[in-house]
Design a protein around this ligand. Structure first.
Ligand code: HEM
Length: 405
């Protein structure tokens, strides 16, 4: 049997990895030829997401890079750390993003986000066809995350470039290409950090109502992040908040267009969007797997012992289609009673930005469905990005008969 991971990253399987996942789930814990492990069943993924013996700290990896992945000597962002460092940095970031310290921050941005979506869709008027990726799903989240952080609008184009650069390694076609792409990613991270260093200086001198200002002037009971930690956190939010949401909006549009009865129902009942969102993230998961967890002790899962220091990949996209957790998992059904999907991960690294991702996607999809007259796919199957981990179409051409007011 060819290595399952190799087949999962094989571009030919990008439009539909789900038959492969069915094969993966036949064995809850799969050992690959290179000694790494894959886990694709719902119950075992949940177990491992909550097991402290699975480390997210890249320094525990057998192939750990000499310094950090984010540039020499720079502190790691909290997605790549374990407790207690992870928990402290996440708490310090949360103080400037949501409850209990800033309960109204995201809600305060809702009207602006709705306006951005409206203005984008207004530009569709008079056209017969748009690319949902380039015309909405790609530019929208970058504008939002720049607003969250406090990046001036005129600097936004830089962020498109950096966000794209940083995820380059996931697009590699082979080992040589991977080296080149890693180089580009490192450069993009260094450039983004340098930019944030300048902006952090400005915000420390003259704070505003944004997250960066909050982080650099924090006077909370647990102290303040170091300046380097602020930069790592800002870069993390940029990356984690961007490409994920692009795929969410695009995969969501695709699934709705392939299920016109749900689309029509959503148009009649806009309040259904919250349920539709949860089903969409389960049905076509934008972050297909959590790679790079490392065991720091022998861990027994479903009768198999994963030895200490092994690399483990948790395939969320497969867990979300596990028939043991979801009845008829391949059916797109917003009314299904089982809703505990793995789309935002689980345990201590559960997606920090989930409330923002929900708000952005619900606004974008809700407005698309409401405004586009008779929308339909121009090409089914659309072309996909190379990235197997952040999986989604590169373009999604949609034709329509007009734009409603
Ligand atoms: C639909 C869009 C999104 C999806 C599908 C998604 C998915 C995920 C997943 C699966 C994880 C867990 C990773 C792990 O366990 O290592 C995660 C973590 C994270 N996400 Fe999201 N995410 C989305 C949007 C966002 C947004 C908008 C932000 C920015 C505000 C964000 C910030 C983060 C951060 C900072 C973490 C790390 C949390 C930690 O380590 O404690 N995400 N996300």
């Amino acid at each position: 049997m060819t290595d399952l991971m190799q087949r999962m990253v094989d571009y030919a399987n990008r439009p539909n990895p789900y038959p492969l996942y069915e094969e993966l789930r036949r064995t809850p814990v799969v050992r690959q030829e290179d000694g790494t492990y894959l886990v694709g069943t719902y119950r075992e993924i949940v177990q491992l997401l909550h097991d402290p013996r699975l480390s997210s700290d890249v320094r525990n990896r057998a192939d750990a890079p000499p310094a950090s992945e984010e540039g020499d000597g720079m502190p790691l962002s909290f997605i790549l750390l374990d407790p207690p460092e992870h928990d402290l940095l996440r708490r310090l970031a949360t103080r400037h993003f949501g409850p209990p310290h800033r309960p109204a921050f995201l809600d305060g941005m809702r009207a602006d986000m709705a306006r951005i979506v409206r203005e984008r869709i207004e530009t569709f008027a008079g056209r017969e066809e748009v690319d949902v990726v380039d015309d909405l799903a790609y530019p929208f989240p970058v504008t939002v995350i720049c607003d969250v952080l406090g990046v001036p609008h005129e600097d936004e184009p830089l962020f498109h470039e950096w966000a794209e650069g940083i995820i380059q390694p996931g697009e590699a076609t082979g080992p040589e290409d991977l080296e080149a792409r890693r180089g580009r990613a490192e450069q993009a991270i260094a450039d983004a950090r340098e930019y944030f260093a300048g902006l952090a200086e400005e915000r420390a001198r003259a704070p505003r109502d944004d997250m960066l200002s909050g982080l650099v002037t924090d006077d909370g009971p647990e102290g303040r992040m170091s300046r380097d930690e602020v930069l790592s956190t800002a870069v993390l939010l940029l990356v984690a908040g961007h490409e994920t949401t692009v795929n969410m909006i695009t995969n969501g549009t695709l699934a709705l267009l392939r299920h016109p009865e749900v689309l029509e129902r959503l148009r009649r009942e806009p309040g259904l969007i919250a349920r539709v969102f949860e089903e969409l993230i389960r049905y076509d998961t934008p972050v297909q797997f959590v790679p790079f967890r490392t065991t720091v002790a022998d861990v027994e899962v479903a009768g198999t012992t994963i030895p200490k220091s092994a690399a483990v990949t948790l395939v969320l996209g497969s867990g979300n289609r596990d028939p043991a957790a979801f009845r008829e998992p391949d059916r797109f059904d917003p009314d299904r009673p089982e809703r505990e999907h793995l789309g935002f991960g689980g345990g201590i690294h559960y997606c920090f930005g989930a409330p923002l991702a929900r708000m952005e996607t619900q606004l974008a999809l809700g407005e698309l469905v409401r405004r586009l007259e008779n929308p339909r796919l121009v090409t089914d199957t659309p072309p996909y990005r190379r990235n197997a981990f952040l999986r989604g179409p590169r373009h999604l051409q949609v034709a329509f008969d007009g734009v409603r007011d």
